[in-house]
Design a protein around this ligand. Sequence first.
Ligand code: NAD
Ligand code: ISE
Length: 340
Amino acid sequence: MTVRVGVIGAGWIGQDHIRRLTHVITGAEVVAVTDIDTARAEEAAAAAGARAVPTGAELIALPEVDAVVVTSWGPTHAEHVLGAVAAGKPVFCEKPLATSAEDCLEIVEAEMAHGRRLVQVGFMRRYDAGYRQMKEVLGTGEIGAPLMVHCAHRNPTVPESYTSRMAALDTAVHEIDVLRWLLDDEIVSVQVLTPRATGNRHPHLKDPQIMLFETAAGVRIDLEVFVNCRYGYDIQCEAVGETGVVRLPDPAAVGVRSAARHSTAVLQDWQGRFTDAFDEEFREWIAAVQAGTGPTGPSAWDGYAATVITNTTVEALESGRIVDVHLKDRPAFHTTGDAR
Ligand code: NAD
Ligand code: ISE
């Protein structure tokens, strides 16, 4: 069965997912696209042989739409995800699930009232081959219990519109999700340190930031978020266990020996770094929709946890304090059936 998909939001990532669903993944067809920018919706729809629709609500209601992809701006996600859940349609929502804990919980509760999983959140790092290998090693117990994780998330540059809060909300959110999943553990407190700021930032921005997380099991995570590092897009992750260390591999790149140097190129953007992960994320989501089993990837609960933890990280940045994370108890509905 071909899954007929409607896409809400045809900006950068919406167009990339439309291309992916149309040209990369088998078993899916984009049949409808909407965007508040109607010209953009029409252009993206035409490229996929789909129809442009005026609003998200109308797109969700179309009988020919089997499943919904939400790639609009973050503050609009909750409305569209709740609409899809009310219609009983599987919905893939790019991060964040919603921008407030309350909206995330409303989605969690609506999905539970529906009785089975419909929601998947777009945390694509869980589909990256390197992170998957790390999880496998951690799972075998080969390096013993994890004790510490050292991470870095570096972007070459960000636009002036990028704010200090976005270091948590937009950037560290990926590590927050992938570390909860890698460690199968929950983050319980956060502190943010602001070292000497780079001269290469826009003056309003605190960059770099060092985020210190503690988990329920006592694992300490240090995450450097440095979004004006200039030299490239660089994601580092190293877990230190009782008897060994496991490291995220760098993307494959040829080594060049020339002019008395041995060098390898560093990627320049996140799009290139996670292309394969995005493809696999959609391959598995479409397969789950086809199977009618409900999504197997990051759940509405994971989306809720990520939003609470990123909002707590902003509080830690702005207060300078160590702040505890307050999550509700995880419902039984969400202890099985996700990608853990
Ligand atoms: P963008 O600004 O390029 O695109 C968003 C589009 O949504 C715009 O075309 C806008 O007109 C449209 N839009 C806004 N509100 C709408 C509504 N109510 N109905 C229909 N269309 C609406 O942004 P982007 O970079 O494509 O990001 C979109 C989402 O994807 C964000 O939530 C962002 O955090 C997420 N994202 C995730 C990743 C990732 O690595 N997983 C990467 C980039 C962006
Ligand atoms: C961006 O929004 C993303 O989601 C990318 O994956 C991330 O690496 C980047 O830092 C964010 O700004």
